[in-house]
Ligand binder design. Structure first.
Ligand code: PHE
Ligand code: FE
Length: 288
């Protein structure tokens, strides 16, 4: 679906926010949410990071049906000052960053069809809300997301968006974290995916590498299959410290002269947690 990103749609304001129209979801649509919810919440016990599981609880995501953003925002705002607002789909980068910088998370309002439970190309309300919102109730992660928005506005001036987007991809969407019991999931793209929430943690295929800011910003990513490599952080405090407290301007300059790294590569300076077999990627592309 092509989206015209030059102008907001007619029922939106200049910030692209539209009403969620919660009352107009059909019982069938609420049922899709409930099915996805039941499947993922069972899957995530012992797999998702403790702050994510705690967020699901404190936001009462288990009450059934697609959450009403107003309700959800009220709870979330009390915890960390964040809100959830609906947008029609993709929004321009500057609009996205501006919302994050003001502690507003933009979410799609449509839900996938019953035959798309396992895979969907565009993020829907299940990915956006179930995947992203629980961690926004964690004070440190909440600060990271806001700092990322401010960093995005800044990166626009440096024309370094591609590099900064990789940081989002390998943390907010596909990040792993080390907890006392072992590795856990926190990336929204993983926790909202039935298949990847097992693959990312248990499959021998992907590399699992210690997070390193510059390394991550050099690493290309794949959008149409499970990741070939995941990056592991020690804590949200450490992530926030390494990013929010650093000046990215000199980093962006340095990165211009450094080659990109392939999604499945391991380089000399990596701290390797698991060296992946890449069997999954090979099975998808037997000619390589
Ligand atoms: N500190 C970064 C900068 O100078 C901004 C940033 C913060 C980026 C947090 C990502 C996450 O641009
Ligand atoms: Fe997402």
């Amino acid at each position: 679906m092509a989206t015209d990103l030059s102008l907001p749609p007619t029922d939106a304001t200049a910030d692209w926010v539209i009403p969620q129209n919660w009352a107009s979801y059909s019982p069938r649509e609420h049922h899709v949410w409930d099915q996805l919810y039941a499947r993922q919440s069972a899957m995530l016990k012992g797999r998702a990071s403790a702050p994510f599981l705690k967020g699901m609880d404190s936001l009462r995501l288990s009450r059934g049906g697609i959450p009403d953003f107003e309700d959800l925002s009220e709870r979330l705002h009390k915890l960390t000052g964040w809100q959830v607002v609906a947008v029609p789909g993709l929004v321009p980068d500057a609009v996205f960053f501006e919302h994050l910088a003001n502690r507003r998370f933009v979410a799609g309002r449509f839900i996938r069809k019953p035959e798309q439970l396992d895979y969907l190309e565009e993020p829907d309300v299940f990915h956006d809300v179930f995947g992203h919102v629980p961690l926004l109730s964690d004070p440190v992660f909440a600060d990271y997301m806001q700092a990322y928005g401010l960093g995005g506005l800044r990166a626009l001036n440096f024309h370094s968006l591609e590099k900064l987007a990789r940081l989002y991809w390998y943390t907010v969407e596909f990040g792993l974290i080390r907890e006392s019991g072992g590795l856990r999931l926190y990336g929204a793209g993983i926790v909202s995916s039935f298949g990847e929430s097992v693959f990312a943690l248990d499959d021998p295929s992907p590399n699992r590498l210690q997070f390193d800011l510059e390394r991550v910003m050099r690493t290309r990513y794949q959008i149409d299959d499970y990741q070939q490599g995941y990056f592991v952080i020690d804590s949200f405090e450490e992530l926030l410290h390494q990013t929010a407290e650093a000046d990215f301007a000199p980093l962006y300059c340095r990165l211009e002269d450094l080659p990109d790294i392939a999604p499945d590569a391991i380089i000399d300076t990596d701290r390797v947690i698991n060296r992946g077999t890449q069997a999954h990627a090979r099975s998808r592309n037997p000619s390589c």
